[in-house]
Design a protein around this ligand. Structure first.
Ligand SMILES: [Zn+2]
Length: 368
């Protein structure tokens, strides 16, 4: 059976690797096929690969170490002649990487309505891969001057023009796009002029986490919805995280708050289930039931909500007809957001993101 994952299939070198011992990928190999292997092992195991090896598409020491760890973890050993895993990509390894990527790409997204972001470990692997790919792309982009003129430096960009290779034959680049004018128009209705869209990219890699999320990658804010045309409610939710990033002195603080709030909900729900074990029968237990990081009681000051509680209120406000109870209850949050000047740090946002929060969905009036 040929390779099935989107990232691997129809790559001649990798298809060969699957069937021929002589086509195994070993230390010293270079090329787009190596780049794909690096992407896969990063996404599957969130391995740390030396950025210089990624930029050079080179199977160097850290790539070999990542593959060895991948194989050891899964017991990929050719018992015919060895007793422990080695660090080359042979038939069994490429098949395992392919299966992993295929599953990842096709993971059901049961929680898309309720969960976004950052709690899923795969998001870290994604961010790592994106950061490196985008660093490379920006170095080669005609818009490089645009990024540079705004004073942004890519702290982790190891790539210089000196490496001298042309645009990558394979990269994640085709999976990124700026927002369309129509999407920006929709967003402007909610956020006014408070968001700078220059560094906001949409990503369409489906199944990376099975959920929409927004990550900071270098100077960029990358919204991954698995599609370039997400439902507007999802787009608005994720753009609220963009707003939280752009109006804080630490662009990644919303991510930390989201992760901490999600962890808090699980801990609280596990504790509640010790008293009432029936809670465990709810399919949303323990991540979102009975307490959820996406639930809140409306009407409190902006600074008393966490990242997801704000994003959920803006999302619900967008979906509600004006004058309805949900719209009225969440209007002050949207007004606050719209009223902040572009780029300015917002003190209420800073205060709100300091605290992880959840709410009990069973509480009367809880919005989620
Ligand atoms: Zn969110």
């Amino acid at each position: 059976m040929p390779l099935r994952s989107k990232v691997f299939r129809n790559d001649r070198a990798l298809e060969e690797c699957l069937v021929r011992d002589a086509a195994h990928i070993v230390t010293g190999a270079t090329g787009p096929h190596v780049s794909k292997v690096q992407t896969a092992v990063t996404l599957l195991d969130h391995s740390e690969i030396d950025p210089a090896e990624i930029a050079g598409k080179r199977y160097g020491r850290s790539t070999a170490a990542a593959i060895l760890a991948f194989k050891s973890k899964r017991g990929i050993i050719n018992r015919a002649y060895q007793s422990q895993a080695d660090d080359i990509v042979g038939k069994m390894t490429i098949a395992a990487l392919d299966n992993g990527m295929f599953e990842l790409e096709n993971k059901p997204d049961l929680d898309r309505d309720d969960v976004c972001c950052n709690g899923d470990p795969i998001t870290d692997g994604f961010r790592h891969a994106v950061r490196n790919q985008l660093s490379l792309a920006i170095q080669q982009s005609p818009e490089q001057g645009d990024f540079r003129s705004r004073g942004f430096q890519l702290a982790s960009a190891p790539v210089t023009g000196a490496l001298g290779f042309s645009a990558p034959t394979f990269s994640l680049l085709s999976h990124f796009s700026r927002l369309t004018p129509s999407q920006i128009a929709t967003a402007t209705g909610v956020f006014g002029t408070s968001i700078d869209f220059t560094f906001v990219l949409l990503c369409d890699i489906s199944g990376v986490s099975g959920r929409a999320f927004t990550v900071v990658a270098g100077p960029l804010l990358v919204i991954n919805c698995g599609t370039f045309s997400p439902p507007n409610s999802t787009l608005i939710h994720e753009l609220t995280h963009v707003w939280q990033s752009q109006h804080h002195s630490d662009a990644a603080e919303f991510m930390r708050n989201s992760v901490r709030s999600q962890a808090l909900a699980v801990a609280e729900n596990e504790a509640l289930a010790l008293v009432d074990p029936t809670l465990k029968t709810n399919p949303k237990f323990p991540s979102q039931f009975p307490r959820s990081p996406y639930a809140c009681i409306t009407g409190r000051p902006f600074s008393e909500y966490s990242a997801e509680q704000i994003a959920k209120q803006v999302e619900r406000n967008f979906g509600a007809a004006p004058g309805t109870p949900i719209a009225t209850a969440t209007d002050p949050i949207v007004s606050h957001i719209k009223g902040v000047a572009r780029v300015a740090v917002d003190a209420d946002n800073v205060t709100g993101l300091k605290t992880a929060r959840t709410e009990d969905k069973r509480t009367a009036g809880a919005l989620f």
